[in-house]
Design a protein around this ligand. Structure first.
Ligand SMILES: Cc1ncc(COP(=O)(O)O)c(C=O)c1O
Length: 426
């Protein structure tokens, strides 16, 4: 096992005061509704008290705590301390597999966006982010020696988790068509990888790091293959709402005959801009849910109770909150695409997610360097942190030409990164 290169690049970015475009997390605040849901649960402690706090005015607070007229000069912390409920349910253990209200919210949210309603009692497990969700379901469904089909470039946790569980990754490579500016699935290679011994395909759409959004046609091909070869599909959909240029994200579990072999992994990390909350969920065929829940309970017990309350609030927001999420990222994508192209990077604009997988071999200062050297040079000399492309591959050398940049930072951070690139490489 090796340390995550992505998290290593983040540490180096901090050390060199670089604009951190390496790790996929934002420097902007999450939606207030999410934050308030967490705060209200921590402070309110019970449903009744949360209800009271919801609309409490300053006048009512003053009456309740019997404060004198100096009340308005009190620090907020002191006031909140007086509002804390001495009774508590929401800072404590709850059902390991998730609060009933959150599983209901996940069912409703899934139905709104994908047209099928998973049963909160038998098909939904609340987990500690997609990362723990995937590991619990890998342990629940696969046995050591089983082959796992993984698209490369990949998110590094797929092969790392396969290693932990003694699974054998079989890689199928997405290839960039520079003329068309798109990343293609190689169907022959996929069919070969999904041959005898394969147990499951891990799919990630919208895709990190290429930004590919698998089309309905791609997904029908994968669904047919999974049915024909009797394979599971584990589908990581954490960028589901970040899709550009009128494209659409499809959930494979909604495809005909796929519910009983598809496991959806999702979280609020990206949708809620709350990567540190560690709340996610797995939608699984009922036959596997008990096992997933048992493994999850044994390893981590549960996701934090008050943060599950906040998540419930987020997922119950109107559709428009989610449907407009791509807009701010589209502006950021433009800044970074332009900034990179101006200094010689070749870039196929991502169709979704918030990553740019950029070919650096035509950038004069970087062209002769290995990916890690190029990434180090950018951190130390330019002050922009990226991730070396070979970190996303295990076979072949396709990754040796690429660096990955995340554009989930504030517009100002991205403009600063573009300015630094122009200053040092222009
Ligand atoms: C494709 C993909 N899956 C999973 C994760 C981790 O998700 P979580 O924070 O929900 O564990 C990331 C984080 O960047 C990712 O890019």
């Amino acid at each position: 096992m090796k340390e995550s290169v992505i998290r290593l690049m983040t540490r180096l970015a901090v050390q060199h005061q670089a604009v951190n475009l390496s790790q996929g997390f934002t420097d902007e605040a999450p939606l207030f509704e999410l934050v308030w849901g967490g705060i209200a649960a921590e402070l309110g402690g019970t449903e009744e008290r949360i209800g009271q706090l919801e609309n409490m005015t300053l006048r009512q607070i003053q009456a309740e705590i019997g404060a004198d007229p100096t009340f308005l000069d009190w620090p907020l912390r002191r006031i909140l301390g007086r509002l804390q409920n001495p009774r508590d349910r929401y800072n404590q253990y709850s059902f390991p597999f998730g609060l009933p209200e959150l599983r209901q919210a996940i069912a409703g949210y899934t139905e709104r966006f994908y047209g099928f309603r998973p049963d909160p009692d038998t098909e939904i497990t609340v987990v500690l982010g997609a990362t723990e969700g995937l590991s619990s379901l890998l342990r629940a469904t696969c046995a050591p020696g089983d082959a796992l089909v993984v698209f490369q470039p990949f998110h590094e946790m797929y092969p790392s988790q396969a290693d932990i569980f003694g699974l054998v990754p079989r890689y199928t490579t997405l290839r960039e068509d520079r003329e068309a500016g798109v990343w293609h699935l190689d169907r022959d290679e996929l069919q070969q990888a999904a041959g005898p011994g394969a147990r499951a395909i891990i799919l990630n759409t919208p895709h990190n790091p290429t930004g590919k959004v698998f089309s309905a046609d791609d997904l029908n091909f994968i669904a047919d293959l999974a049915r024909e070869r009797d394979l599971f599909v584990f589908t990581d959909e954490i960028y589901e709402h970040i899709v550009y240029d009128g494209r659409r994200h499809f959930c494979l579990a909604a495809f005909e005959g796929m519910r009983d072999r598809t496991f959806v992994v999702n979280s609020i990390s990206k949708t809620g801009s709350a990567t540190g909350w560690r709340v996610g969920w797995v939608i699984s065929p009922p036959a596997y849910t008990t096992r997933i829940r048992a493994i999850h309970d044994t390893m981590v017990i549960q996701a934090p109770t008050p943060l599950q309350k906040g998540t419930t609030r987020l997922l119950n927001q109107p559709d428009g909150v989610f449907r407009s999420m791509w807009e701010s990222y589209a502006a950021k994508r433009q800044v970074l695409v332009d900034g990179l192209r101006q200094v010689g990077f070749r870039v196929s604009p991502p169709e979704g997610s918030y990553y740019l997988f950029a070919d650096y071999r035509k950038v004069p200062a970087l062209s002769a360097m290995a990916p890690m050297d190029a990434a180090m040079w950018l951190i130390e000399k330019v002050g922009v942190a990226s991730v070396p492309g070979d970190n996303f591959y295990r076979v072949g050398h396709d990754g040796d030409n690429y660096l990955r940049f995340a554009f989930c930072r504030s517009l100002e951070s991205l403009q600063e990164a573009a300015a630094r690139l122009a200053r040092h490489l222009g």
